[in-house]
Write a new protein. Structure first.
Length: 186
């Protein structure tokens, strides 16, 4: 697991399901005049899993999905009404294994305005955008001690206005930050 030694990583991985469900999320970067933003949702509070959490649009792969990108696009359309014709997929982040039993593939995409979003209230309470520059600014990354099984882990959250982006969503965003910084070099 990212950032952990082999012993701690192995200890934590044993707590995750052996056969995780394949899922995909759309990491949608919106091309705004003032700069790129990241499209996020706040999940509906009545959901059984991850209720009221900040997330990317997405979900489990269906048998009808041609690939993970198709699944992410389908889910984004179902959850927030994002027209797939406005989205250009350009890459992927490494899969993220989450304790709720999913292996999530983040699908990187560029969304070109204008577009209209119509959130499905059964799944999504709110849709908002965070400037990508805010995500890349390490002053907005707060260290939080979280308990996972019998392990205390120092993880990073990203604050945005009155929202706290944490867990897998923060992990995926921070993976993006790390990969871009590594690509740019010192």
């Amino acid at each position: 697991m990212l950032g952990l030694d082999a012993e701690r990583s192995g200890s934590l991985q044993r707590r995750f399901p052996g056969d995780p469900v394949a899922a995909a999320v759309l990491v949608a970067l919106v091309d705004r005049a003032e700069g790129l933003t990241v499209l996020l949702t706040q999940r509906a509070s009545q959901l059984a899993r991850h209720a009221a959490q900040i997330s990317f649009p997405g979900g489990r792969l269906d048998d009808t999905d041609a690939d993970v990108a198709s699944a992410a696009l389908r889910e984004a359309h179902e959850e927030i009404g994002l027209d797939p014709a406005r989205v250009r997929v350009f890459g992927y982040l490494p899969d993220h294994l989450v304790s709720s039993g999913f292996r999530v593939t983040p699908v990187l995409s560029l969304v070109t305005p204008p577009f209209e979003l119509v959130p499905n209230p059964a799944e999504v309470a709110d849709v908002f955008e965070v400037p990508l520059s805010h995500v890349f600014d390490t002053r907005n990354h707060q260290a939080r001690l979280r308990r996972v099984g019998d392990e205390d882990l120092l993880l990073r959250d990203i604050s945005w206005q009155d929202q706290n982006i944490w867990g897998a969503t923060a992990g995926m965003l921070l993976t993006l930050v790390r990969m871009v910084q590594e690509e740019q070099g010192p």
